[in-house]
Design a protein. Structure first.
Length: 262
């Protein structure tokens, strides 16, 4: 159980009604006892988009440090109070999943509860991508880092806890750069630079493995594929480094690029 209340930082941007920052702080504070581990820090960002064509202009984001493990949620709604309510519900699911994970690690028996996580039960109120014309899109963020070596089950856990659309990692058994993402309605899909379906073995999550190797190309070709195909991301093998890369569609309509550190 947390022994003291962490500092909760709230950042508000845009034309927001009075009191929403305190509402967000109160809602998140009410969840901290559910973490079952010390929550070291909390950051909340509330943003109201100025684009009048945006159907859900109010964005609410939260990032928690739960005893060294991160938990993240990101939602959009028509009003900020509605977004804060959705954020509360999604964070409750993330913290419940973390709690069950720690209980399993310690040899306990995870208990079903009010916020028990099941795949497919999470709210799908993600922000819509800004409809930026293809000829205006640029790669404005490039992240390079050492990929975690983990199993598909561990990658799926991180994908859900961090509220990601996909996760780039190195498969622990095959050593292949891989990407995992949700595959409707109830499972996950795994793609690899060089697929080894026979080596994946049995997984706790429902998982299908793509038999097709990641296409080999450069960043310019990956961008062209994104421009014409409309996918949320493209997983590809860089034709120089031979490592798995992901070009993804940002919410502002531009692109981001993730590459493994050499």
């Amino acid at each position: 159980m947390p022994t003291q209340t962490p500092e909760i930082q709230v950042e508000a941007q845009g034309d927001l009604q009075p009191g929403v920052a305190e509402l967000a702080r109160t809602k998140v504070l009410a969840l901290l006892d559910e973490a079952r581990e010390p929550v070291l820090s909390v950051r909340i960002r509330l943003t109201r988009m100025h684009n009048p064509a945006t159907e859900r202009p109010c964005l609410a984001q939260a990032s928690l440090d739960v005893n060294g493990r991160a938990a993240r949620a990101h939602v959009a709604a028509g009003t900020m109070p509605e977004a804060i309510d959705l954020l509360h519900d999604l964070l409750a699911l993330k913290l419940a999943r973390l709690r069950r994970h720690w209980e399993a690690q310690r040899g306990g028996t995870p208990r079903a509860g009010e916020h028990e996580w099941r795949h497919g039960s999470e709210p799908t109120h993600r922000p819509a991508h800004y409809p930026r014309p293809a000829d205006e899109r640029e790669i404005i963020r490039h992240k390079s880092f050492s990929l975690a070596r983990e199993t598909p089950d561990e990658a799926a856990f991180e994908l859900d806890t961090m509220d990601y659309d996909f996760l780039l990692f190195t498969d622990l058994v095959t050593g292949e750069d891989s990407v995992i993402y949700r595959a409707a309605p109830t499972g996950y899909r795994l793609a690899q630079v060089r697929p080894h379906p026979e080596q994946i073995g049995t997984t706790a999550v429902q998982l299908t493995v793509s038999p097709t190797p990641a296409p080999r190309m450069n960043v310019a070709n990956a961008k062209r594929r994104m421009d014409t195909g409309g996918q949320p991301f493209v997983f590809f093998t860089d034709d120089v480094t031979e490592r798995g890369n992901v070009l993804y569609h940002r919410y502002d309509g531009h692109y981001g690029l993730i590459t493994p550190a050499e």
